[in-house]
Design a protein. Structure first.
Ligand code: AMP
Length: 119
């Protein structure tokens, strides 16, 4: 069982130690643009709590944190103006999932046809 790494890049963004292109923030979540966008729009949504990945979050987070995290996806999609045309939400989990940053995040891809479901 892995423990949360407080020095991961998203923890540093949450502490304000490094900047981000912020889209939205509330008491529970932060959303910002991915630094290396894979599609015309590539946003990230992260919980403020220390959760390694979606599995860790689902097991440990409060119902309120889980609800707020999910609601934030739709709020951010609205702010990005992509609700009607659609978008893709993706979360990589662990080594086989291809996760690079060990703080839970949803990717939001939008702004063009996203294409093949899995590369
Ligand atoms: P994953 O492979 O699911 O862990 O995705 C990590 C994502 O974080 C990648 O899409 C990176 O481009 C993105 N990323 C890494 N560092 C930063 C940063 N400082 N600001 C914004 N996005 C970042």
């Amino acid at each position: 069982i892995m423990s949360y790494d407080k020095n991961n890049i998203f923890a540093k963004i949450l502490r304000g130690e490094i900047p981000c292109k912020k889209i939205y923030e509330n008491d529970y979540v932060l959303s910002f643009h991915d630094i290396n966008p894979q599609k015309k729009i590539h946003a990230l949504v992260i919980p403020k709590g220390e959760y390694i990945d979606l599995d860790d979050f689902n097991k440990k987070a409060s119902d309120k944190e889980i609800a707020e995290f999910h609601k934030a996806v739709s709020h951010v999609s609205g702010l990005l103006g992509v609700t009607d045309k659609g978008y893709r939400v993706l979360s990589n989990i662990g080594s086989d999932g291809g996760q690079e940053v060990p703080h839970l995040h949803f990717h939001i891809f939008a702004g063009e046809k996203i294409g093949k479901m899995v590369a």
